[in-house]
Design a protein around this ligand. Structure first.
Ligand code: PMP
Length: 345
C-alpha cells in the first residue's frame, strides 16, 4: 500500500476539522451546559448528539468483532461511500475501478465528485476476475470497489479473490458487505488489522431491518477512520437514530430469528420461481434478493405493477438483460407474488 499521506488529497491531509462544543469539554464532569447555544427546553432532543456515537459503537463492536476505534458510523452506507471520494480522490484527476454491474451509488458518487469511474464487467457467471480489476487501475486509481454479495447479481465472491485484490492493489479497496449476514461466505471485516488499505461497509438497512433510520457502518484502520471523522459533518448521526439503533442491538436474538426466516423464504421462493413456465433461470443468491431471468421482463414487470406488486426490473442493466430482481418478503407477500406469476399468460 502507498503511504496514506500520499493517497489522501493534500487539502484533506492538511484539513483542520471543525471543533464542536461537545468535543472541547470531553472527559470532564458537568451538569450545566451553556456551551453550544442549545435551547434549554424540550429535552432530550434539545441537545446535540454524541458526534462520535461512542455508546452505539461500544454495542456494535463485540457483535462485529471490530474495535470501536476501527468503526465509522454514517447517514446510511451512502455517507460511507461518498466520504472516501472526498478524502482520497482529486476531482478531474483521479479515478476509481469497480466491478460491473454493481450497486449504482458508487458511480453516482464518482459523478458528483467529478471522478472517472472505470467499470470492469463480471463474467457470464457473475464472477469477478482479480487480474482484470487490477489491470484496469493506473497510478491515479485511488479506490477499487467490490460489492460482495453483489447487488444486483446477489452472489458473494470467493474471499481469496477479493483478498488478492486487497493485497496487490496499492490504493484503497472498499468491500461493500451490505448483504453479508445473508451469506455463508466469510466476511472481510476480520481482515482490517491485516490490510491497512481495506474499508469494509455494512448497514442497518438490510439484515438489521432498519433502512428508515439511515445508519451505515465502515470498518477500517484507525488512521482511515480518523480521516472519515475529520471530513464528516460533525453531528452526522442524529439522536433518534442512535437511540433506535441501541434498541435494535439489544435484541440480537430477534434479529437472528428474522434472518433465518428470510433465508428459509429465500430457498422456497427461488425454488418456486424456478419452476414457473415464465422463468428461464434463477441465479444463486447470498443475499435477501435474487435475480430471475424471465421470458418477458418488461411485460411481467408491468403486469405485477398492475397487481400492486413491485419488483425491480433489471432488464436494461449490463449482463442482466431479461432479469427481474426480487426481494424476499414475508411468507404472505411471497405467496402473493407466486400466485400472480402463476396467472401470467
Ligand atoms: N450497499 C449496497 C450494495 C446496497 O445494495 C445498498 C442499498 N440498496 C446500500 C449499500 C445502501 O445502504 P444504506 O441504506 O445503508 O445507504
Amino acid at each position: 500500500m502507498k503511504p496514506l499521506s500520499e493517497l489522501t488529497r493534500p487539502n484533506i491531509w492538511a484539513l483542520k476539522p471543525y471543533s464542536c462544543a461537545r468535543d472541547e469539554f470531553k472527559g470532564m464532569k458537568a451538569d450545566v451546559f451553556l456551551d453550544a447555544n442549545e435551547n434549554p427546553h424540550s429535552a432530550p432532543i434539545n441537545r446535540y448528539p454524541d458526534p462520535l456515537q461512542e455508546e452505539l459503537k461500544a454495542m456494535i463492536s463485540p457483535l462485529k468483532g471490530v474495535p470501536t476505534a476501527n468503526i465509522f458510523l454514517g447517514n446510511g452506507s451512502d455517507e460511507a461511500i461518498d466520504l472516501p471520494y472526498r478524502i482520497f480522490c482529486r476531482p478531474g484527476v483521479d479515478n476509481v475501478v469497480a466491478i460491473s454491474p454493481t450497486y449504482g451509488m458508487y458511480e453516482v458518487c464518482a459523478d458528483t465528485n467529478d471522478i472517472e469511474y472505470r467499470k470492469v464487467p463480471l463474467d457470464e457467471n457473475y464472477d469477478m476476475d482479480p487480474d482484470r480489476l487490477l489491470a484496469a487501475a493506473d497510478e491515479n486509481t485511488k479506490i477499487i470497489f467490490i460489492c460482495s454479495p453483489n447487488n444486483p447479481t446477489a452472489n458473494a465472491f470467493a474471499p481469496e479473490k477479493v483478498e488478492r485484490v486487497i493485497s496487490e492493489f496499492p490504493g484503497i479497496v472498499i468491500v461493500d458487505e451490505a448483504y453479508s449476514e445473508f451469506s455463508a461466505v466469510r466476511p472481510m471485516r476480520q481482515l482490517i488489522a491485516k490490510y491497512p488499505n481495506l474499508i469494509v461497509l455494512n448497514t442497518f438497512s438490510k439484515a438489521w431491518g432498519a433502512a428508515s433510520i439511515r445508519l451505515g457502518m465502515a470498518f477500517a484502520s484507525a488512521d482511515i477512520i480518523a480521516l472519515f471523522n475529520k471530513v464528516k459533518y460533525p453531528y452526522n448521526v442524529n439522536i433518534l437514530t442512535q437511540e433506535k439503533a441501541k434498541e435494535i442491538l439489544s435484541n440480537v436474538t430477534l434479529l437472528q430469528r428474522r434472518i433465518a426466516l428470510i433465508l428459509e423464504e429465500r430457498e422456497h421462493l427461488m425454488h418456486s420461481v424456478s419452476l414457473l413456465p415464465i422463468c428461464e433461470k434463477v441465479y444463486p443468491s447470498d443475499a435477501n434478493f435474487f435475480l430471475a431471468k424471465v421470458t418477458d421482463a418488461n411485460g411481467i414487470y408491468k403486469y405485477l405493477v398492475q397487481r400492486g406488486i413491485i419488483v425491480r426490473n433489471r432488464n436494461k442493466v449490463e449482463l442482466c438483460e431479461g432479469c427481474l430482481r426480487i426481494t424476499i418478503g414475508t411468507k404472505e407477500e411471497n405467496t402473493k407474488l407466486l400466485s400472480a406469476l402463476r396467472q401470467y399468460v
